[in-house]
Design a protein around this ligand. Sequence first.
Ligand code: UN1
Length: 507
Amino acid sequence: MTKTLEKAKTSQDVHHNFIGGEWVKSESGKTFKSLSPANNEIVVGQFADSNAADVKKAVDAAEKAFPEWKKTPAPERAEILFKAAHLLEERKEEIARNMTIEMGKVFKEAKGDVQEAIDMAKYAAGEGRRMWGQTVPSELRNKFAMSIRQPMGVVGVITPWNFPVAIPSWKMLPALVSGNTIVFKPAPETPFVAMQFVQILQEAGLPKGVVNFVTGGGPEVGMPIVEDPRVRAISITGSSVTGRKVAGRCGELMKKISCELGGKNAICLMDDGDVDLAIDGALWGGFGTSGQRCTATSRVIVHKKQYQNFIDGFLARAKALKIGDGLDTTVDVGPVVSKKQLEMINGYVKVGKDEKAKLLLGGEIMTEGDLAKGCFHQPTIFGECNAKMRIAQEEIFGPVVAVIPVDSFQEAIEVANGTEYGLSLSMYTRDVNRAFSAIEEFESGIVYINAPTIGAEIQLPFGGIKQTGNGHREAGITGIEQFTEWKSVYVDYSGTLQRAQIDNYGG
Ligand code: UN1
């Protein structure tokens, strides 16, 4: 059974790793604490501070479970995912509540996070009855040509704290339906809800050793997963720094690696765009999840003709946002995940001021009353930003929006494309020609027209270009690509030796 945390109550519980179908203590004997970001005095629980020896045991278990899981027909594997979808539906509110306590996002958004996992469970389960290969004609008579997909083996899944159930689901569920076994390392900030997700998979009927859960730090747990020669593929979502390190090492080891890293996403509002709609979008995209989405709208690029209208409306609406504990349903913006992130975000406010961007709203860490116990940052808006400023170039991952005035549609496209990232870009216009030009010209994996940069649905590929990733896409039809190998098969039933490229071509 999954467990529910009690609001405003410290838990003494110590949670272990899940290896080979058992909850086992870490070899290190050490633990770390998961704290509630709304109030750091609340300990959500203590978790295994694992090391390479634990990872080895987890890979042993995953390796042992693989042959039988591979042999299990994909539609049968999928039945377990359907069951998991139903269990997640039943416990959506409970898991979301725990997520709000552990990670901070407001309850409504936490329910959305769990819903994304439900959607993915159903979608991935459907894949169990597709798992398409190809049949193509052979150039020779009495010869059959086809390709099939096969699982890779043991795969490593390393996930962040900002979507503590959704992102593990994007990776693990396609990996499972494809027949892989998993070693899963969740972010140290959100091990409790990650553990609940594992419990649900177990309850849905996954055989022992198919999913193994090891908590702890990146160097201590993440890197040993990457280094183990039996782990055939790694899927990671995280910072660019970590992603580069992991991808580099996987390159040397010839491992398949899928990286989802940073973003510096932008809404563009053109002179003909609906300013009120763009304000709605900027508020939701910029301050939803306290700006802690890879897809967050951290820049708004506004045509000068609409600049003042946009700023006036955006400021008025942002000022009215209520900040506080995400379990309070009247709250719009919850805390950020940790004191470390809080300091980092506030550091960027100082950078913006030094760069002479115009601070129009916010900028402070919130310390009034009980807020001082948590990690709260005011929604912050910088106006009159130059596209080259650091606050307009670097990922902040917090509730900070840089507004950049531009003179034309073409300039908007150039500014939107003018960062090292390429995840999500949006265009607000009523002109269909401009809309399609933006779709064509934006350098990003995801494009929105008349909608903010957040809100991807799981049935389309998710990911980005440039420094956002390494070319892989999660979710959608591409979701199983990262966890399957193609095998090309030729069946010659002519009873003779047939020579491709030669027999039909006068060889
Ligand atoms: C992320 O920010 O890492 O598109 C994931 C969205 C969500 C997923 C975001 N469905 O905003």
